[in-house]
Design a protein around this ligand. Structure first.
Ligand code: PHE
Length: 499
């Protein structure tokens, strides 16, 4: 599909680019992160901000990243650098985020491997009590972040298996994945429709779904809610990571952009919304059975999908088979996102140190990813995940989004970029796009981030102890400092910039 050779590699066709972009966007973010974030922020209350942010911020940035890569014919660092040399640190930040995210992303895929094996047991090991199974058997969760517990051997093995799979995808190039994606991309849609039909026919499901889609305007004033919507949109569309810039750069200079961006956004959002229907249908049912309000059925958090989906699956005939197919799907839906994240890191390393062989770079990045992921396989893993995810996604990712828009909107020129986009795309975009890139996105993201900063300084996130918050701050301050250094230290011209 793509040859990462000295000359700019090319996708075989426009369709393959589209599949790869959808493959990167559609992932655990849709099936796992979207439902729990929605649940955490009150169901219907979350959907409105989510959709607004998608239209006003997500889609414009998606267009921007596709266009930037395609126009500059370079990955993130090279593209930013071409606009202004001082901004190559921005590409470094994006690569750093990719690394942190893939470290825990692989762990979540590891959870799904454990469920895959569990599906082979009859009766299902979690039947009746998926939440307990998840906390006690999969995570061996400790009482709090201060109690680190021990490494879960099963999870470590699963994590190693995931990394080996990722390594083979990256090291062999993306060719084989091209084929896998053709199957693994439609599969989740079909499965989710089946689960949807099962979920909505459960007793009590409608109450759950009502909770999911009933808007609650009173909550719209919460800045935290909006920031959560923003980080979910970024995470889910894969924007702010530099990955889609790289993907765009493998396109020929004169390929249409706008329709592809809309197609990716549509597929991604469609899948998230569908996953939401399933999860909330099941939550409604569980609320009825347990006789508690929907907001109290399960603990909101990253474990939600791993409680609700197994529950829904165990209520199907041939539960074992459906469970197996479902968790295989999760694995496949995750792997093309995971390896695109790894590519986000390896591309940067390769551009900087050209002489290291490609497989060696892949090996080092995967090895470090595995080692860093071990922290998430401890009893306190889920708490660490929660903190790191919060800080990285609400600050670093959003910061990359802001600076990237300022760079293209003001330094390069939004109008110039729009003219380029319109000159190659059949579907034209209007001046609204310039306004979004130059004003709406930097201002709204900036204000929300400042508000969140004040909140986080005043009240420690989720009540975690000081030292744990310090880890969160450290993880964002350190790379920011490096990026700033890169801006102000004299540097040698990069080989990437000369290509
Ligand atoms: N978009 C992916 C998901 O929703 C995650 C991802 C982010 C993948 C950034 C690649 C780059 O699961």
């Amino acid at each position: 599909m793509v040859k990462l050779a000295e000359q700019r590699a090319r996708w075989d066709s426009r369709l393959i680019f589209l599949f790869a972009a959808i493959g990167s966007a559609v992932g655990l973010g849709n099936l796992w992160r979207f439902p729990y974030i929605t649940y955490k922020f009150g169901g219907g209350a979350f959907l409105i901000p989510y959709l607004i942010i998608l239209l006003a911020i997500g889609i414009p940035i998606l267009i921007l990243e596709f266009a930037l890569g395609q126009k500059m014919q370079q990955g993130a660092i090279g593209s930013f650098r071409k606009i202004n040399r001082r901004f190559s640190g921005l590409g470094f930040l994006a690569a750093f985020i990719c690394f942190v995210v893939v470290a825990y992303y692989a762990v979540v895929m590891g959870w799904s491997l454990i469920y895959m094996l569990g599906s082979l047991h009859a009766p299902l090991p979690w039947s009746g009590e998926p939440e307990k199974f998840f906390a006690n058997n999969v995570l061996q969760r400790s009482a709090g972040i201060g109690d680190i517990g021990s490494l879960s051997v099963a999870l470590v093995v699963a994590l190693a298996a995931v990394w080996i799979a990722i390594f083979f995808c990256v090291f062999r190039g993306v060719k084989s994945i091209g084929k896998a994606v053709m199957v693994s991309m439609p599969l989740p849609f079909i499965l989710l429709v089946i689960l949807f039909l099962r979920a909505i026919t459960l007793d009590g499901a409608l109450a759950g779904i009502a909770y999911y889609i009933r808007p609650d305007f009173s909550l719209l004033l919460s800045g935290e809610l909006w920031l959560a919507a923003i980080s979910q949109v970024f995470f889910s569309l894969s924007i702010g990571f530099g990955v889609l810039i790289a993907y765009g750069s493998f396109n020929p200079l004169r390929q249409g952009i706008t329709r592809n961006a809309f197609a990716v956004a549509l597929a991604d959002t469609g899948l998230s919304l569908l996953a939401g229907f399933v999860v909330f249908g099941v939550l409604g049912h569980m609320a009825l059975v347990q006789n508690v309000p929907i907001e109290d059925v399960v603990k909101s958090g990253p474990s939600l999908a791993f409680a609700a989906f197994p529950q829904a699956l165990s209520l199907l005939p041939l539960a074992g088979i459906f469970s197996l197919v479902f968790f295989v799907t999760i694995f496949f839906i995750g792997i093309d996102s995971a390896f695109s994240l790894v590519e986000g890191v390896t591309t940067v390393v390769r551009d900087r140190w050209r002489r290291i062989a490609v497989p060696l770079v892949a090996f080092i990045v995967c090895g470090l990813g595995f080692i860093s992921g071990l922290i998430f396989t401890t009893g306190a893993g889920l708490y660490f995940f929660d903190i790191i995810d919060h800080y990285v996604n609400s600050y670093l990712l959003v910061a990359v989004g802001i600076v990237q828009c300022i760079l293209v909107g003001w330094v390069y020129g939004a109008e110039k970029m729009r003219n380029y986009i319109n000159s190659v795309s059949r579907m034209k975009i209007g001046r609204w796009w310039d306004a979004c890139i130059r004003w709406v996105i930097p201002l709204s993201l900036g204000i929300l981030m400042a508000m969140q900063l004040i909140t986080d300084i005043r009240t420690p996130y989720e009540g975690y102890p000081q030292w744990a918050q310090a880890i969160g701050w450290g993880i964002i301050i350190l790379p920011l400092a490096i990026a700033l250094l890169m801006a102000f230290l004299p540097s040698r011209p990069s080989p990437a910039a000369q290509r």
